[in-house]
Design a protein around this ligand. Structure first.
Ligand code: GLN
Length: 307
């Protein structure tokens, strides 16, 4: 079905359908670089399995990917280190905000899933142990998969994350007290903040996420993940990728998705395509208002979903 879709026309229609929502919600305010982004931005891209990308609006404008990178870090940590990661992080929705500490004490320093901050810190810690340079490894991977060698960290965002990073520092130290962090916490935080600061456009993200639509195959045809691992990551995205709104996201969109507080969301139609959308206004759970609406329109208009 996807082969016969007129993507340019479809994307124009979706952009028109969600135009009234662009600018609603609130851009993230915890660091100046995010607070100062124009809330009226909107872009959306679709990448087909062969890497062809179509887009609408600001689809080629780089933005702060933030927690969208958590899915790529997870894929790399699993690809390089295997299943033992799951002894340190769970696979259940948390039902709590993405930066919450509250479950960690009850659950002995084991975060609920890899897509809340606590879980992502464990994943980055694992990647750091496996590679010796987690953030550079991730950036290199994203450059290759997006076919954009220009991708880079945003040093200003990384510095601001550090400056306003007390909550993430608390989470990391707390898990370290349970023995669930292997590297020195300051070094881990630095890699995590660099990771959050990576700038990409919708076009970059849609292309970079194609290995999840290709059942684990990278852009050069080599295998990053087994088919089963790709399925598992998609499943965790569906259940946990949009934090305490994952149920609502599954209901409305019906696809595995991963959001970030920069206003980006990536979504996967396994075996068909990858979608990326960006609009900075966030809802109360930290997901892009217009972004979720655009993905909702996409699956409603096309019938493409995992259900
Ligand atoms: N930098 C943000 C943080 O660690 C990322 C969170 C997000 O995008 N949800 O709090």
């Amino acid at each position: 079905m996807a082969d016969t879709l007129d993507y340019p026309a479809l994307l124009e229609r979706i952009a028109a359908d969600v135009a009234a929502l662009v600018g609603s919600g609130t851009p993230a305010e915890y660091i100046p670089a995010l607070a100062s982004v124009d809330p009226h931005r909107f872009g959306m891209a679709v990448a087909g399995l062969d890497g062809t990308v179509h887009g609408v609006g600001d689809w080629e404008v780089p933005f702060s990917t933030q927690s969208v990178t958590k899915v790529f870090a997870l894929a790399l940590a699993l690809a390089e280190g295997g299943d033992s990661l799951w002894e340190r992080v769970g696979r259940e929705p948390s039902g709590n905000p993405f930066n919450s500490l509250v479950q960690l004490e009850y659950e002995n320093g084991i975060p609920r899933n890899p897509f809340i901050n606590a879980g992502a810190l464990v994943v980055t810690d694992r990647l750091q142990s496996l590679t010796g340079d987690a953030s550079s490894e991730l950036l290199g991977f994203l450059r290759e998969e997006s076919r954009n060698p220009e991708l880079s960290f945003d040093a200003e965002v990384a510095a601001s994350e550090q400056e306003h990073g007390d909550r993430n520092a608390a989470v990391a130290h707390f898990m370290a007290s349970y023995g669930n962090i292997d590297n020195p916490v300051p070094a881990l935080l630095e890699h995590y903040f660099w990771q959050c600061s990576i700038e990409m456009s919708c076009a970059d993200l849609a292309r970079a996420g194609l290995f999840l639509a290709r059942h684990g195959l990278r852009s050069d045809g080599s295998r990053l993940l087994t088919r089963s691992e790709a399925k598992q990551i998609n499943a965790v995205m569906l259940t946990c990728g949009t934090y305490d709104a994952a149920g609502e996201f599954a209901y409305r969109v019906g696809l595995p998705g991963k959001s970030g507080v920069g206003g980006g969301i990536i979504a996967v139609v396994p075996g068909q395509c990858t979608l990326a959308v960006w609009s900075p206004g966030l809802d109360a759970q930290g997901n892009s208002v217009a972004g979720v609406a655009a993905l909702d329109r996409f699956t409603t208009l096309t019938g493409l979903s995992v259900f």
